[in-house]
Write a protein that binds this ligand. Structure first.
Ligand code: PLP
Length: 395
């Protein structure tokens, strides 16, 4: 049967990173391409124990349908967790449980955009967000980044344009793919621009807990007295991405729209996973667990940076203060896509930087390296391949 594909989905391409990952059955291939948390950070024993207890003592509550907003006791636990170092969720805000923060990216565009509406996005940024917005009919306008976050003058001119964006998408902490962190001053300025022009800010923060250097910077949402910020937090990087559990903090009126979107999408997020998450938040020392993850990622990031400094000083990179990624740039004159191809031929997978740009065709010298998944030995071997390919290409 020849299916008639909708205009909305017809031009959508599968995520190149997921495609690269599909080819990873070769055990000799080293991947710096994914964005997975290190599997040894999953609190599997606690998850197993809480699951067993919940299924034994309250099977009906865990296996039955539930409310779309999320289980009330889980939402309370998540609100307390989100507010433990300062207020993210205010009294007038709702906390909703969603199936991964990817779902709130989709819902935001679904609820705020009509076909052809403009959405302002950090450029480069997370491809999954761009795809979610585009699949809901949005036209993306990229706003470039500076060392301390988005270029404010460019952002203001996009906000002030006749076609005002329906929202602005940003990742203030350890941005994917660049690893950059938005300064406190810029967060305030972005918030004030959002209020001034009436443009909602979608603050995507899946990596915020994974700080490996420097001092924490409060989320934009913590400044939000006007209800313009939609905050997306996720348990993917601190518990397990397979649980597909994240949360959204936003103003009540918009939250009620998201609830209707949720009823259309999947009715509610997995109740078992929600209740396990609640137990993790209320009955274990999450801060100690997060400290352990950060210690591991700090060590891996250092190993990657030290290897690059020693073996390929001509590659410039942004030293991340957290997260999972290192954004590196090749010297002028070295063809980046060819470099990535040659690394893959030598069994190292990288992600070419252009795929994170609004305009993929724009020349790009950067590529993204993930340091959370590979082992320390693989990090050293992988950087060895990078150094070798670079030498070959410059010979
Ligand atoms: C910036 C960013 N936002 C959102 C997501 C989606 O995460 P989740 O597993 O919570 O859906 C990712 C996944 O890697 C990401 O990098």
């Amino acid at each position: 049967m020849e299916y008639h594909i909708s205009n909305r989905m017809k031009n959508m391409k599968p995520s190149i990173i997921r495609e690269i990952l599909k080819q990873m059955s070769d055990p000799t291939l080293i991947s710096f391409a994914g964005g997975n948390p290190a599997a040894d950070t999953f609190p599997a024993a606690d998850i197993a124990a809480f699951s067993e207890e919940l299924l034994r003592t309250q099977p009906a509550a865990v296996l039955q349908y539930s409310v779309s907003e999320g289980v009330p006791s889980v939402r309370d636990a998540v609100r307390a967790f989100a507010n433990r170092n300062g207020t993210v969720a205010r009294e007038g805000d709702e906390v909703l449980m969603v199936s991964g923060s990817q779902q709130i990216l989709d819902f935001t565009a679904k609820c705020l955009c009509n076909e052809g509406d403009v959405v302002a996005v950090e450029d480069p940024a997370f491809l999954g967000a761009y795809n979610a917005f585009r699949s809901n009919g949005a036209r993306l306008v990229g706003v470039p980044l500076e060392a301390d976050g988005v270029d404010l003058a460019a952002l203001e001119s996009v906000f002030a344009a006749p076609e005002k964006p329906r929202f602005f998408y940003c990742i203030p902490n350890f941005q994917n793919p660049t690893g950059r962190t938005m300064s406190a001053a810029k967060r305030r300025a972005v918030y004030e621009l959002g209020v001034k022009y009436g443009v909602p800010i979608l603050e995507d923060d899946p990596y915020g807990e994974l700080r490996i250097a420097g001092e924490p910077v409060p989320p934009i949402k913590s400044l939000d007295t006007e209800g313009v910020v939609i905050y997306a937090g996720s348990f993917s990087k601190i518990l397990s991405p397979g649980m597909r559990l994240a949360y959204c903090v936003c103003e009540k009126g918009l939250a009620s729209r998201f609830v209707v979107a949720k009823q259309c999408a999947d009715v509610h997020s997995n109740v078992w996973a929600q209740r396990v998450c609640e137990a993790m938040l209320t009955r274990t020392d999450m801060d100690a667990h997060i400290r352990d993850i950060c210690a591991l990622y700090r060590q891996k990031a250092r190993r990657m940076m030290e290897a690059l400094d020693a073996q390929c000083p001509e590659i410039e990179y942004i030293a991340p203060q957290g997260g999972m990624f290192l954004w590196a740039a090749l010297p002028e004159g070295v063809d980046m896509p060819e470099f990535v191809r040659r690394c893959l031929a030598q069994k190292l997978a990288l992600v070419p930087g252009n795929v994170f740009a609004v305009d993929e065709e724009k020349p790009c010298q950067s590529f993204r390296m993930n340091f959370s998944t590979p082992s320390p030995e693989q990090i050293s071997q992988g950087v060895g391949i990078i150094a070798r390919v670079l030498r070959e290409m410059r010979a």
